[in-house]
Design a protein around this ligand. Structure first.
Ligand code: FEO
Length: 400
């Protein structure tokens, strides 16, 4: 897409990625895509803020070329070193060697480690300012949002916050780049939550710290490096990020994620009955078959909802592996303080429940109830489980 002016003298020069299947090599974006938003500021001095993955390099450089010649570029601001925002750096350095890289103290060594660049790199400190002319950049260190070297950049005249990963989301831009032009708002919000759960959730305390640190700024536009640019209601995405970050302590909001897997359908029949019971209690239920749905999507629901049902048979004296995989990721992402119910079938000795109890201790999840059964669920089991579901739903609802 051609450059788009987001405020006078400030241009979006981002890249839409429709060909990467796995973001970070982990998280599916085949259907959704992602954008790497980059920004060009044209004033007495010219600066680019954040770059893009090494992809569509010709298109990226053509966008810059529509507004300035590369030899005019004065600064390259690197808010964050992950290669989805710096992949073009090596090429850009060759074409614009005069441009000074501005980065945080911790990013300096990473610039060398990732790209072999040692010259013309200037470290900026927390609160440091760089004048471009009428416009002025101010840098704020925001460690662990998402890596330790991460910072954000604020342009004082236009009150634009270039927040990099913070306030971003999956989802390539579909013509509209602004929140007020977008007709698929729910899609972007859903993909922002999935992105948050996959990428940022582990660092929720640091996200809250960063939001507090930036709270005294007057912000007219939030320009993240992924997803929509928020110019109509920048506070909306900030509040979403604040709420999502608070789930790290509260365990989430009213609702239940049913995460299950089944080898021959015996566990699945009972899970269905349980879900009926939860739904009858009047709280939202999200069901995910771990055999078929990628963990990326399940983590978003797990993060958001206080209640969790694990439905998994015993497999080789342990938990059914597709379900165990999701729980392993939940542990790595610090998804704590849930209320959990377990049910599952076993053939001879069981073992899934034992493994789950160990995991629950590590996750700090409260096991409210368990129901293990041998072989297939009996008719009376189905009714028992349905009641269990209703009780569990009421308990989760009652904890708010
Ligand atoms: Fe979008 Fe942490 O990189």
């Amino acid at each position: 897409m051609p450059p788009i002016e987001i405020r006078p003298g400030i241009f979006w020069i981002g890249v839409n990625d429709h060909t990467t299947d796995l973001f970070e090599g982990l998280w599916p974006i085949t259907q959704e895509g992602v954008s790497y938003n980059s920004y060009l500021i044209v004033d007495d001095k010219k600066a680019i803020i954040d770059l893009a993955k090494s992809l569509k390099v010709d298109e990226y450089l053509a966008q810059v070329g529509e507004r300035i010649a590369l030899h005019e570029l004065d600064y390259i601001v690197l808010n964050h070193m992950e290669p989805d925002h710096t992949g073009i750096l090596r090429v850009l350095r060759k074409l614009a060697p005069q441009a000074v890289i501005l980065c945080s103290p911790q990013a300096k060594e990473m610039v060398t480690a990732f790209y072999g660049i040692t010259e013309n790199v200037r470290v900026v400190q927390d609160g440091e300012e760089v004048k471009l002319g009428g416009k002025k950049l101010v840098f704020f260190l925001t460690p662990m949002v998402h890596w330790p070297e991460t910072m954000v950049t604020y342009e004082e005249e236009s009150k634009v916050l270039f927040s990099c990963d913070a306030f971003g989301g999956y989802g390539a831009l579909q013509g509209a780049i602004f929140d007020d032009e977008c007709s698929q708002f729910d899609f972007y919000l859903r993909e922002s939550l999935r992105y948050f759960a996959n990428i940022v959730a582990k660092y929720s305390p640091m996200v809250l710290r960063a939001i507090d640190k930036l709270s005294s700024l007057q912000i007219s536009v939030i320009a993240p490096s992924h997803g929509l640019i928020w110019r109509k209601r920048p506070e909306h995405i900030v509040e979403r990020y604040r709420t999502w970050s608070q789930y790290a302590e509260s365990g989430g909001e009213k609702g239940v994620t049913v995460l299950y897997g089944s080898m021959y359908g015996n566990t699945e029949v009972v899970v269905d009955a349980l879900a009926q019971g939860i739904a009858a209690s009047g709280i939202p239920v999200d069901m995910y078959d771990a055999r078929r749905i990628h963990a990326s999507y399940i983590l978003a629901s797990l993060w958001e909802k206080k209640g969790v049902v694990i439905g998994a048979p015993t497999y080789e004296a342990g938990l059914f592996p597709p379900v165990a995989h999701v729980l392993d990721l939940a542990l790595r992402k610090n998804m704590k303080h849930k209320k959990m119910l377990y049910l599952g079938s076993f053939g001879w000795s069981g073992g899934a429940k034992r493994e789950l109890e160990r995991l629950a201790r590590e996750l700090d999840w409260e096991i409210v109830s368990t129901f293990e059964f041998r072989g297939g669920g009996k008719r009376e089991d189905i009714e028992t489980v349905r009641k269990l579901g209703e009780e569990f739903g009421r308990l989760v609802r009652g904890s708010f």
